[in-house]
Design a protein around this ligand. Structure first.
Ligand SMILES: [Zn+2]
Length: 118
């Protein structure tokens, strides 16, 4: 009986350590997330603009949780942010950096909507 109690205590300790470990890891990854550079994401359905940490694409919309956000670049002629596809596509295919309307190069820099300015 005593033996069982000991092993139960060990199990409880191990579970406790596991929970502590999970909390520490969760905190660490949250801190890491806030250190990621913010990039402009555009909702490819509504063309709404978001400023979020650069992560996988498509990214989840903070308000709906739907994965409809893809990185955007700015067209000076449209004066609007255009969804341009995944970060990988940005690197690999130069043509997707052009505005679909103007066929002019898009910029990574551009004015943010007022509610996103910090
Ligand atoms: Zn344009």
């Amino acid at each position: 009986m005593n033996k069982y109690r000991v092993s139960f205590a060990m199990l409880a300790t191990a579970m406790g350590l596991g929970i502590v470990y999970l909390v520490v890891v969760a905190r660490a990854s949250a801190a890491k997330d806030s250190q990621l550079p913010k990039i402009v994401y555009v909702d490819f359905e509504t063309e709404e603009v978001f400023l979020l940490s650069a992560r996988s694409t498509p990214a989840d919309r903070p308000d709906t949780g739907e994965p409809t956000l893809i990185p955007g670049m700015y067209c000076e002629k449209c004066q609007a942010w255009k969804p341009v596809g995944s970060i990988e596509k940005l690197r690999n295919r130069g043509s997707v950096r052009n505005c679909p309307i103007h066929k002019t190069p898009l910029s990574r820099e551009g004015p943010l909507p007022k509610d996103l300015q910090q």
